[in-house]
Design a binder for this molecule. Sequence first.
Ligand SMILES: [Zn+2]
Length: 218
Amino acid sequence: MRVLAVGAHPDDIELGCGGALLAHRARGDDITLLVMTTGEEGPQDARSRVREQEDAAAMLGATLIWGGFPDGAVSADRSVVGVVQNAMLASGAELVYGHAPRDTHQDHRATSAAVLAATRRASRVLLYEAPTSTGFDPTIFIDLGTSVEDKLDLLRAHMSQVLKNGLVDVEALQAQARYHGFRARVHYAEAFESERFLWELPALEPVADAAEALILRA
Ligand SMILES: [Zn+2]
C-alpha cells in the first residue's frame, strides 16, 4: 500500500501517526511525508528541526517532501491544497493521514482543511491527534502492541529540543497510547478520526460460484 502522511510542522506526523507508519514500514508499504513548514518559529532553530525531520523520515524509510510555507501562517487556500494534491499524485497515495480538524493551533487547522479538500475523491483518509487537539473523538484504532516503545524511541531520538522544552512529554504520550488501547480493547493503541475509510475484505469465492452453489443446494 502507498501511504501519504501530512503534518504542519516537523514532529507532528511522528506524534500523531508514528506508530501506524512503523507498522506500514514493517509491511513494506511505501511511505511519503509532506511537512508544510520547517517549524522555524518553534523552540529551536529551523536547521536542526529540518535535520530531525530528515532523520525521522530515514528511520521510517519514507520519502520527505517540504511544503515550503511559513511557520504560523499556513492557510487553507488553493496553493496549500495544490501542494497536498501534488504530493498525492507523486506518492500515488491510497491512504492519507492528516491532522484532525479541531485544534487550537492555526497551522494544524489550516493543514487539516487543506488535506480534507485535496482528498475529497480519495477512499481512505484518517485524521490524527496533536497535543493541541480539542474534542478528539476517534473511532479507528491501530494496535501498537510492543511497538509503542519503537514509537517513543522515534520521538526521543528526533525531538530532543521539543522534549527539553516540555512541549511534548513522553510519559504523557505513553499514557495516551495506553488510554487509547483501553478504548480499543487492546493494550496500547494509536487513535484516528475517520473522514472516510474504504474497507476491502478479501473475497472468499467469486460471486457467480456462490450463486451457483445456492442453486445446487436448493
Ligand atoms: Zn505542529
